[in-house]
Write a protein of this length. Structure first.
Length: 370
């Protein structure tokens, strides 16, 4: 907190204690000396209790693609297993053979949600987890398989610092021929902890291997459903969530021990659409970062620009289109992000496609086997 006044440091520290450590406002010390003693010497504040199985997994799917059985089996085989696997089914038909099979599993909740949009589906799934009193939610995609220690790795990261609200792991590409197509991937090489908007350019992350603290998701009103697959801006919901969390003084961690294998192969004819979607969403999220972060956003924007000129993208998406094509889509997203209104409380783009309250209502109304 270099450069903060003593009064601002005190306010910031009390806020962290209240929001992240489940301390009631009337119990948080107002005196600087007492606050320091509380944080340093009380284990329940420095490292609050965390049950490793206090996780739900949200898996969003459309038409139950080939390979989703392996995805489901790998999630349920985690050690420890999740308290609940929530499958948000956005298929037109809700009675496929696989759907009927998962409905009979005692640890699986399927929610049939005919509306499109990945952010909306993740919000509905997370609202369902929150209604069960679960503290953490992990996300992966229906073309991935997760490692056996996937949830325990997430749990160890959340337990290490009470202000961590988001954790990314590695999304590794399954074996494939890179000459004929691509599988998007993101590799985490070392344990890293990020705080403040100034570090945003160092974090990419993929929603296929991501976990959130549910109370942080709740405070920010959920994922921005103007972003993400199936939305007007087509991608970038996890990128946007990381921006908003850093802006709200939450920390983000990366853990190389947390891994999924991505089997989502795209041939070279489809890859250009994938690239354009990534750049469109990235441009919109960058516009929001600039608007809410102001001067604090300049350093990450400079870092992103430097990587654009001399480095490689954080997310590997195979053969890249020309810089001109990528820049065109990025600027299109940037302009869209500058035009949209931003909700002052949640920092979501407005108008809302859906609200957090409607996500909670849909979670309870459309659950198949609650």
């Amino acid at each position: 907190m270099q450069g903060f006044s003593p009064e601002k440091k005190l306010t910031y520290s009390r806020d962290i204690l209240i929001r992240m450590c489940n301390v009631r406002p009337d119990e948080a010390p107002a005196d600087r000396t007492e606050l320091t003693r509380t944080i340093l010497f009380m284990d329940k504040y420095r490292n609050p209790p965390l049950r490793q199985n206090d996780f739900a997994v949200v898996l969003c799917t459309l038409e139950f693609p080939k390979g989703i059985r392996e995805t489901i089996d790998s999630i349920l085989a985690c050690t420890p297993a999740p308290r609940l696997l929530i499958i948000v089914d956005q298929s037109e038909r809700s009675s496929t053979q696989i759907a009927l099979e998962v409905d009979s599993h005692p640890d699986v909740l399927r929610i049939h949600l005919p509306d499109s949009g990945l952010s909306w589906a993740r919000n509905v799934g997370t609202a369902a987890a929150m209604s069960k009193g679960i503290q953490f939610v992990a996300y992966t995609d229906d073309d991935c398989t997760v490692s056996a220690n996937w949830l325990s790795g997430f749990a160890s990261s959340f337990a290490s610092h009470p202000d961590i609200a988001m954790v990314f792991g590695s999304t590794l590409a399954a074996p494939h021929d890179p000459k004929s197509g691509t599988i998007p991937a993101y590799e985490v090489r070392t344990d890293r902890l990020y705080r403040g908007m100034k570090s945003k350019h160092l974090i990419e992350g993929m929603g296929a291997c991501m976990a959130l603290r549910i109370d942080a998701w709740h405070r920010l009103g959920g994922f921005d459903d103007q972003l993400g697959a199936g939305s007007p801006l087509r991608s970038g919901e996890e990128n946007d969530m990381s921006i908003r969390l850093l802006h709200s003084h939450c920390a983000i961690a990366e853990n190389p021990q947390v891994m999924v294998t991505h089997h989502g192969y795209r041939d070279r004819n489809v890859a250009p659409q994938l690239h354009s979607s990534y750049m469109l969403g990235s441009g919109a999220a960058t516009a929001k970062m600039l608007r809410i972060g102001k001067l604090a956003a300049l350093r990450p924007i400079f870092g992103m620009s430097k990587r654009w000129l001399i480095g490689k993208p954080g997310i590997s998406i195979g053969h890249l289109p020309s810089r001109r094509t990528r820049l065109w889509w990025f600027l299109k997203g940037l302009i869209a992000g500058l035009k949209l209104s931003i909700d002052p409380r949640t920092k979501r783009f407005m108008p809302f496609v859906h609200t957090e309250e409607s996500a909670s209502a849909s979670a309870s109304r459309t659950a198949i086997n609650s």
